[in-house]
Design a protein around this ligand. Structure first.
Ligand SMILES: Nc1ncnc2c1ncn2[C@@H]1O[C@H](COP(=O)(O)OP(=O)(O)OP(=O)(O)O)[C@@H](O)[C@H]1O
Ligand SMILES: CC(=O)N[C@H]1[C@@H]2OC[C@@H](O2)[C@@H](O)[C@@H]1O[C@H](C)C(=O)O
Length: 370
């Protein structure tokens, strides 16, 4: 069936939408994709929601209202749907909806994605699967990362020999390892671009380190790097999944933009290398997805530490839409009751399905037999 997957990631650039033809077991074909960018005022609304969520932190006083964020998220998803449906000339039968993460606190069994799945189903007249992190958290998993099942399906579709790793470089970096015995291991390795973006934005120098030009002109500060790498996460004491806001940035005020960018680029690469060192086998190939694969300085830093690293685009994939495609694939799995998460991915005790199905109250429900 044709499924529309959505992802609005932690970098707050916009909503990614991608169509995938899938039965939830195999990827049959890729349909059109579209990034619906947030306007500056929409992004400001989401940032205010993230700030409110961080101040609340999952503990009293009362949970803040995310109504304004919900409205912005909803509008951007409708724009994205309109674009991909027009390109495909066909309507999807199902939607996988992630929503906008404003807070991720797995130790409190809490991960907050803002969005109104019922409103989306009603507006588009298409059934929506949402809340794919929630059953996993309730069962003692981390609720993230969710994409490994899709990475495994991609590895199989492309015939990539194991051991192989996928690395997503968004705000946070998450890795999926597929071992030669078929083992699936996944976790967030540390930051990817989120901290770099924060420093660049705080200096009024754009939204991100375009092409890695600031990092290329700076020098990594070894003392700061050692301090950052002493974080509990890298001693295996932290959770397997991270929030974009989990690492300190106070030190950056004392650095030039270039040196801060160089230090943070090295931090991302070093934290992936630390994760790689703990894997049961060294991957013979790293497939890199997410916005970070457009940063040649970061890609070179990874190659220096890991060996063969290739952008997902080199395999005919769409590096910027892998997460959105994954949400489509997972929605189809959810509908069939197939596992979304595994002990080796989120730490859930057994392979577990998840997600809630929201049928449109006013439109045609195309999957009536399910
Ligand atoms: N040309 C480029 N040069 C350098 N960095 C880039 C470039 N293009 C994108 N990026 C980086 O990629 C980021 C966006 O990546 P992506 O869209 O994968 O993140 P996300 O999906 O929002 O985050 P997450 O996966 O953590 O939820 C940008 O914020 C920027 O840091
Ligand atoms: C809570 C949350 O939204 N986490 C994101 C974020 O972005 C990258 C990394 O951190 C990953 O854990 C996750 O997204 C993808 C889709 C995942 O769950 O696999």
């Amino acid at each position: 069936m044709l499924v529309l997957g959505y992802m609005s990631g932690t970098s707050l650039d916009g909503v990614d939408a991608a169509l995938v033809e899938t039965d939830g077991a195999r990827i049959e074909a890729f349909g059109p994709s579209f990034l619906s960018p947030f306007t500056d005022s929409e992004r400001a609304v989401i940032e205010a929601g993230v700030d409110a969520a961080l101040a609340w932190n999952g503990r009293g006083p009362a949970r803040p209202s995310f109504g304004a964020v919900e409205a912005v998220v909803h509008a951007a998803h409708l724009r994205a749907a309109e674009a991909v449906i027009a390109q495909a000339g066909r309507r999807p039968e199902l939607i996988g909806f992630h929503g906008q993460t404003v807070l991720h606190r797995p130790e409190q069994r809490l991960s907050v994605q803002v969005g109104d799945a019922q409103a989306l189903a009603d507006a588009l007249g298409i059934a929506v699967v949402a809340g794919m992190r929630q059953d996993d958290l309730a069962a003692g998993g981390q609720g993230a990362p969710l994409v490994p099942a899709y990475h495994a399906a991609l590895a199989s579709k492309l015939g990539l020999g194991a051991p192989v790793a996928f690395l997503n470089l968004g705000g946070v970096a998450n890795l999926t390892f597929i071992g030669s015995d078929g083992a699936l291991i996944a976790f967030d390795t540390g930051p990817a671009n989120g901290l770099i973006d924060q420093v660049v934005q705080s200096r009024g120098a754009g939204r991100y380190d375009d092409g890695g030009r600031f990092a290329a002109a700076g020098r990594a500060d070894a003392a700061v790097l050692a301090h950052l790498l002493s974080h509990a996460h890298f001693r295996g004491e932290g959770p397997r999944s991270l929030d974009r806001y989990d690492f300190p940035l106070d030190w950056a005020d004392a650095c030039s933009l270039e040196d801060a960018a160089a230090t943070l680029t090295a931090f991302t690469a070093d934290s992936v290398a630390l994760a790689a060192a703990g894997l049961p086998e060294a991957p013979r190939l790293w497939v890199i997805c997410g916005g970070g694969c457009h940063n040649p300085v970061l890609m070179q830093a990874l190659r220096d530490r890991l060996g063969e690293c290739r952008s997902a685009d080199d395999f005919g994939l769409r590096s910027d839409f892998v997460e959105a495609e994954a949400m489509a694939f997972l929605a189809a799995r959810s509908l069939r009751g197939l596992p979304l998460t595994y002990p080796g991915t989120t730490g859930v005790p057994q392979p577990l399905t998840g997600g809630t199905l929201w049928r449109p109250r006013n439109g045609s429900w195309l999957l009536q037999d399910q």
